[in-house]
Design a protein around this ligand. Structure first.
Ligand SMILES: Cc1cc2nc3c(=O)[nH]c(=O)nc-3n(C[C@H](O)[C@H](O)[C@H](O)COP(=O)(O)OP(=O)(O)OC[C@H]3O[C@@H](n4cnc5c(N)ncnc54)[C@H](O)[C@@H]3O)c2cc1C
Length: 262
Protein backbone atom coordinates (compact mmCIF):
# COMPACT_ATOMS: atom_id res chain seq x y z
CA UNK A 1 0.00 0.00 0.00
CA UNK A 2 1.40 3.48 -0.82
CA UNK A 3 2.45 5.85 1.99
CA UNK A 4 0.37 8.99 2.49
CA UNK A 5 2.58 12.10 2.33
CA UNK A 6 0.93 15.14 3.89
CA UNK A 7 1.94 18.75 3.18
CA UNK A 8 1.16 20.73 6.33
CA UNK A 9 0.92 19.62 9.94
CA UNK A 10 -1.96 21.90 10.98
CA UNK A 11 -5.40 20.59 11.97
CA UNK A 12 -6.22 19.49 8.40
CA UNK A 13 -2.99 17.59 7.75
CA UNK A 14 -2.63 16.13 11.26
CA UNK A 15 -6.23 14.83 11.31
CA UNK A 16 -5.79 13.18 7.91
CA UNK A 17 -2.51 11.54 8.96
CA UNK A 18 -3.97 10.27 12.24
CA UNK A 19 -7.12 8.88 10.59
CA UNK A 20 -5.05 7.22 7.85
CA UNK A 21 -2.82 5.54 10.46
CA UNK A 22 -5.87 4.34 12.37
CA UNK A 23 -6.89 2.53 9.16
CA UNK A 24 -3.45 0.97 8.66
CA UNK A 25 -2.06 3.49 6.16
CA UNK A 26 1.46 4.76 6.84
CA UNK A 27 1.55 8.57 6.88
CA UNK A 28 4.38 11.09 6.90
CA UNK A 29 3.70 14.77 7.61
CA UNK A 30 5.89 17.64 6.38
CA UNK A 31 5.56 20.98 8.11
CA UNK A 32 7.87 23.92 7.58
CA UNK A 33 6.72 25.67 10.79
CA UNK A 34 5.64 28.82 8.92
CA UNK A 35 4.76 31.96 10.85
CA UNK A 36 1.02 32.57 10.77
CA UNK A 37 -0.07 28.91 10.79
CA UNK A 38 -3.65 28.98 12.07
CA UNK A 39 -3.90 25.78 14.07
CA UNK A 40 -1.67 26.56 17.08
CA UNK A 41 -3.84 29.66 17.71
CA UNK A 42 -7.15 27.78 17.61
CA UNK A 43 -9.29 27.31 20.69
CA UNK A 44 -10.31 23.84 19.54
CA UNK A 45 -14.01 24.51 20.21
CA UNK A 46 -16.91 23.49 17.98
CA UNK A 47 -20.67 23.12 18.05
CA UNK A 48 -23.48 22.25 15.70
CA UNK A 49 -24.72 25.83 15.74
CA UNK A 50 -21.29 27.18 14.75
CA UNK A 51 -21.30 24.81 11.79
CA UNK A 52 -24.71 26.13 10.73
CA UNK A 53 -27.01 24.48 8.24
CA UNK A 54 -24.45 24.66 5.42
CA UNK A 55 -21.76 22.67 7.23
CA UNK A 56 -23.95 20.49 9.45
CA UNK A 57 -23.20 17.33 7.50
CA UNK A 58 -19.46 17.95 8.05
CA UNK A 59 -20.09 18.39 11.76
CA UNK A 60 -21.92 15.06 11.87
CA UNK A 61 -19.17 13.34 9.90
CA UNK A 62 -16.45 14.81 12.10
CA UNK A 63 -17.83 13.77 15.49
CA UNK A 64 -17.15 9.99 15.32
CA UNK A 65 -13.56 10.57 14.17
CA UNK A 66 -12.87 13.14 16.89
CA UNK A 67 -14.48 10.94 19.53
CA UNK A 68 -12.59 7.83 18.48
CA UNK A 69 -9.15 9.42 18.13
CA UNK A 70 -9.16 11.95 20.99
CA UNK A 71 -12.39 11.78 22.97
CA UNK A 72 -14.63 14.86 22.71
CA UNK A 73 -14.72 16.99 25.85
CA UNK A 74 -17.30 19.53 27.01
CA UNK A 75 -16.46 23.06 28.02
CA UNK A 76 -18.94 24.96 30.13
CA UNK A 77 -18.85 28.75 29.75
CA UNK A 78 -20.94 31.26 31.62
CA UNK A 79 -22.44 34.39 30.16
CA UNK A 80 -22.51 37.71 32.04
CA UNK A 81 -26.19 37.10 32.93
CA UNK A 82 -25.31 33.74 34.54
CA UNK A 83 -26.59 31.53 31.71
CA UNK A 84 -24.36 28.57 30.88
CA UNK A 85 -23.35 27.49 27.39
CA UNK A 86 -21.64 24.21 26.64
CA UNK A 87 -19.34 23.77 23.66
CA UNK A 88 -17.53 20.72 22.36
CA UNK A 89 -13.74 20.68 22.56
CA UNK A 90 -10.66 18.83 21.43
CA UNK A 91 -7.41 20.62 22.31
CA UNK A 92 -5.29 21.37 19.23
CA UNK A 93 -2.29 20.07 21.21
CA UNK A 94 -3.88 16.60 21.16
CA UNK A 95 -4.36 16.71 17.39
CA UNK A 96 -1.29 18.45 16.01
CA UNK A 97 1.40 16.12 14.68
CA UNK A 98 4.08 16.19 17.39
CA UNK A 99 7.12 15.52 15.22
CA UNK A 100 6.49 16.41 11.60
CA UNK A 101 9.39 16.42 9.14
CA UNK A 102 10.60 20.02 9.42
CA UNK A 103 11.11 20.56 5.70
CA UNK A 104 9.42 22.90 3.25
CA UNK A 105 7.74 21.01 0.42
CA UNK A 106 8.93 22.71 -2.75
CA UNK A 107 6.96 20.88 -5.44
CA UNK A 108 3.96 18.58 -5.72
CA UNK A 109 2.76 16.47 -8.65
CA UNK A 110 0.47 13.52 -9.19
CA UNK A 111 1.60 11.00 -6.59
CA UNK A 112 4.83 12.71 -5.58
CA UNK A 113 6.32 15.63 -3.70
CA UNK A 114 9.77 17.12 -3.25
CA UNK A 115 11.25 18.29 0.04
CA UNK A 116 14.80 18.81 1.25
CA UNK A 117 16.14 17.76 -2.15
CA UNK A 118 14.36 14.37 -2.00
CA UNK A 119 11.45 13.03 -3.99
CA UNK A 120 8.74 11.03 -2.20
CA UNK A 121 6.26 8.88 -4.10
CA UNK A 122 2.89 7.71 -2.82
CA UNK A 123 -0.44 9.37 -2.05
CA UNK A 124 -0.17 13.14 -1.50
CA UNK A 125 -2.52 15.33 0.56
CA UNK A 126 -1.89 19.06 0.37
CA UNK A 127 -3.19 20.61 3.60
CA UNK A 128 -1.12 23.76 3.55
CA UNK A 129 -3.73 26.23 4.87
CA UNK A 130 -3.36 29.69 3.34
CA UNK A 131 -0.28 28.47 1.46
CA UNK A 132 -2.25 26.01 -0.71
CA UNK A 133 -2.25 28.35 -3.72
CA UNK A 134 1.43 27.62 -4.20
CA UNK A 135 0.51 24.09 -5.29
CA UNK A 136 -2.81 24.78 -7.00
CA UNK A 137 -3.03 28.38 -8.26
CA UNK A 138 -6.70 28.11 -9.21
CA UNK A 139 -7.72 27.38 -5.61
CA UNK A 140 -8.05 30.91 -4.40
CA UNK A 141 -7.43 31.21 -0.67
CA UNK A 142 -7.26 34.37 1.36
CA UNK A 143 -6.55 34.75 5.03
CA UNK A 144 -8.26 36.41 7.96
CA UNK A 145 -5.90 36.75 10.86
CA UNK A 146 -6.46 36.77 14.58
CA UNK A 147 -4.48 36.26 17.75
CA UNK A 148 -5.14 34.24 20.86
CA UNK A 149 -3.44 34.79 24.20
CA UNK A 150 -2.64 32.58 27.17
CA UNK A 151 -2.53 33.95 30.71
CA UNK A 152 -1.00 32.26 33.74
CA UNK A 153 -3.40 30.32 35.97
CA UNK A 154 -6.66 28.51 35.37
CA UNK A 155 -9.90 30.56 35.32
CA UNK A 156 -13.49 29.48 35.10
CA UNK A 157 -14.83 29.51 31.52
CA UNK A 158 -16.65 32.63 30.33
CA UNK A 159 -18.22 33.88 27.13
CA UNK A 160 -19.26 37.44 26.23
CA UNK A 161 -21.00 38.50 23.03
CA UNK A 162 -19.81 41.97 22.08
CA UNK A 163 -21.05 42.35 18.49
CA UNK A 164 -23.19 40.43 16.05
CA UNK A 165 -21.54 37.05 15.53
CA UNK A 166 -18.57 38.03 17.71
CA UNK A 167 -17.83 36.59 21.12
CA UNK A 168 -14.93 36.68 23.53
CA UNK A 169 -14.14 33.36 25.17
CA UNK A 170 -11.85 32.39 27.99
CA UNK A 171 -11.32 28.85 29.25
CA UNK A 172 -8.59 26.39 30.16
CA UNK A 173 -7.39 25.07 26.80
CA UNK A 174 -4.03 23.90 28.14
CA UNK A 175 -3.19 23.07 31.77
CA UNK A 176 -2.08 25.90 34.12
CA UNK A 177 -3.11 28.66 31.73
CA UNK A 178 -6.25 30.42 30.59
CA UNK A 179 -6.78 30.81 26.86
CA UNK A 180 -8.45 33.92 25.44
CA UNK A 181 -9.69 34.72 21.94
CA UNK A 182 -12.31 37.13 20.62
CA UNK A 183 -12.85 35.91 17.06
CA UNK A 184 -10.98 38.81 15.43
CA UNK A 185 -10.56 37.86 11.76
CA UNK A 186 -8.90 40.55 9.67
CA UNK A 187 -7.47 40.56 6.16
CA UNK A 188 -5.06 43.29 7.24
CA UNK A 189 -3.98 42.70 10.82
CA UNK A 190 -2.36 45.57 12.72
CA UNK A 191 -0.99 46.06 16.27
CA UNK A 192 -4.29 47.84 17.05
CA UNK A 193 -6.09 44.51 16.69
CA UNK A 194 -3.83 43.03 19.36
CA UNK A 195 -4.58 45.99 21.63
CA UNK A 196 -8.34 45.60 21.12
CA UNK A 197 -8.20 41.86 21.84
CA UNK A 198 -6.14 42.44 24.99
CA UNK A 199 -8.58 45.15 26.13
CA UNK A 200 -11.45 42.64 25.80
CA UNK A 201 -9.41 40.13 27.79
CA UNK A 202 -8.78 42.71 30.51
CA UNK A 203 -12.50 43.53 30.66
CA UNK A 204 -13.06 39.87 31.54
CA UNK A 205 -10.44 40.02 34.30
CA UNK A 206 -7.42 38.80 32.36
CA UNK A 207 -5.07 41.62 33.20
CA UNK A 208 -1.30 41.63 33.17
CA UNK A 209 1.10 40.26 30.61
CA UNK A 210 0.02 37.17 28.69
CA UNK A 211 2.47 34.28 28.85
CA UNK A 212 1.92 33.44 25.19
CA UNK A 213 0.60 35.03 22.01
CA UNK A 214 -0.41 32.92 19.03
CA UNK A 215 -1.13 34.72 15.79
CA UNK A 216 -2.70 32.74 12.98
CA UNK A 217 -4.12 33.20 9.49
CA UNK A 218 -7.42 31.35 9.01
CA UNK A 219 -7.82 30.04 5.47
CA UNK A 220 -10.94 31.25 3.59
CA UNK A 221 -11.93 30.01 0.14
CA UNK A 222 -14.76 31.52 -1.90
CA UNK A 223 -17.90 29.42 -1.55
CA UNK A 224 -16.64 27.59 1.56
CA UNK A 225 -14.16 24.87 2.49
CA UNK A 226 -12.49 23.05 -0.42
CA UNK A 227 -11.65 19.38 -0.90
CA UNK A 228 -10.25 18.71 -4.34
CA UNK A 229 -8.81 15.80 -6.23
CA UNK A 230 -5.79 17.21 -8.10
CA UNK A 231 -4.69 14.00 -9.76
CA UNK A 232 -5.10 10.26 -9.48
CA UNK A 233 -3.00 10.18 -6.29
CA UNK A 234 -3.03 13.79 -5.06
CA UNK A 235 -5.69 15.74 -3.13
CA UNK A 236 -5.92 19.19 -1.59
CA UNK A 237 -8.03 20.58 1.24
CA UNK A 238 -8.24 24.01 2.82
CA UNK A 239 -10.66 26.79 3.75
CA UNK A 240 -11.28 25.78 7.37
CA UNK A 241 -12.19 29.35 8.39
CA UNK A 242 -13.35 29.42 12.03
CA UNK A 243 -14.37 25.74 11.95
CA UNK A 244 -11.07 24.03 11.17
CA UNK A 245 -11.52 21.21 13.68
CA UNK A 246 -14.70 19.82 12.14
CA UNK A 247 -13.70 20.56 8.54
CA UNK A 248 -10.29 18.95 9.01
CA UNK A 249 -11.93 15.86 10.51
CA UNK A 250 -14.68 15.60 7.90
CA UNK A 251 -12.17 15.95 5.05
CA UNK A 252 -9.87 13.39 6.71
CA UNK A 253 -12.74 10.89 6.49
CA UNK A 254 -13.43 11.85 2.88
CA UNK A 255 -9.78 11.30 1.98
CA UNK A 256 -9.19 8.05 3.83
CA UNK A 257 -12.60 6.37 3.52
CA UNK A 258 -13.78 7.57 0.11
CA UNK A 259 -10.64 8.36 -1.90
CA UNK A 260 -7.79 6.10 -0.73
CA UNK A 261 -10.09 3.07 -0.68
CA UNK A 262 -10.82 3.31 -4.40
C1 LIG B 1 -7.34 32.84 17.04
C2 LIG B 1 -7.97 31.67 16.33
C3 LIG B 1 -8.89 30.88 17.00
C4 LIG B 1 -9.49 29.79 16.34
N1 LIG B 1 -10.37 29.01 17.03
C5 LIG B 1 -10.92 27.92 16.42
C6 LIG B 1 -11.80 27.06 17.14
O1 LIG B 1 -12.06 27.25 18.34
N2 LIG B 1 -12.34 26.00 16.49
C7 LIG B 1 -12.05 25.73 15.18
O2 LIG B 1 -12.56 24.74 14.64
N3 LIG B 1 -11.23 26.54 14.46
C8 LIG B 1 -10.66 27.61 15.06
N4 LIG B 1 -9.82 28.43 14.35
C9 LIG B 1 -9.64 28.17 12.90
C10 LIG B 1 -8.62 27.07 12.68
O3 LIG B 1 -7.46 27.40 13.39
C11 LIG B 1 -8.30 26.92 11.19
O4 LIG B 1 -9.47 26.74 10.41
C12 LIG B 1 -7.40 25.70 10.98
O5 LIG B 1 -6.33 25.77 11.88
C13 LIG B 1 -6.86 25.60 9.57
O6 LIG B 1 -6.00 24.46 9.56
P1 LIG B 1 -5.06 24.13 8.34
O7 LIG B 1 -4.39 22.86 8.68
O8 LIG B 1 -5.84 24.22 7.07
O9 LIG B 1 -4.03 25.36 8.27
P2 LIG B 1 -2.76 25.73 9.16
O10 LIG B 1 -3.00 25.48 10.59
O11 LIG B 1 -2.34 27.11 8.77
O12 LIG B 1 -1.67 24.66 8.72
C14 LIG B 1 -1.01 24.71 7.48
C15 LIG B 1 0.41 24.23 7.75
O13 LIG B 1 1.06 24.02 6.50
C16 LIG B 1 2.42 24.30 6.68
N5 LIG B 1 2.94 24.55 5.33
C17 LIG B 1 2.51 25.46 4.42
N6 LIG B 1 3.20 25.36 3.28
C18 LIG B 1 4.09 24.36 3.47
C19 LIG B 1 5.09 23.78 2.64
N7 LIG B 1 5.31 24.20 1.39
N8 LIG B 1 5.85 22.78 3.14
C20 LIG B 1 5.65 22.33 4.42
N9 LIG B 1 4.71 22.85 5.24
C21 LIG B 1 3.94 23.85 4.76
C22 LIG B 1 2.45 25.49 7.61
O14 LIG B 1 3.68 25.57 8.30
C23 LIG B 1 1.26 25.21 8.54
O15 LIG B 1 1.65 24.61 9.76
C24 LIG B 1 -9.18 29.51 14.98
C25 LIG B 1 -8.22 30.29 14.32
C26 LIG B 1 -7.61 31.36 14.98
C27 LIG B 1 -6.57 32.16 14.25
Amino acid sequence: MPTLFVVGGGLFGSLAAAWARSKGVEALVFDAGLEGAASPAAAGLFSESWAGRKLRQHHERALPLLERLYGIRHVSLHHDDGRRETLLFVPPAAILEPTPVRERVTAVGDGWLEAGGHRYEGWVYVAAGVWCEQFCPDVSVHSKAGASFAFAGEREGRIRRFASGRQAILFVRDPETTYFSDGTAERVYTPDHDRQTLARAAALGLTGEPVRRCWGRRPYAPGGPVFRKMGRRTWLATGGRKVGTIMGASFARQLVEDELRQ
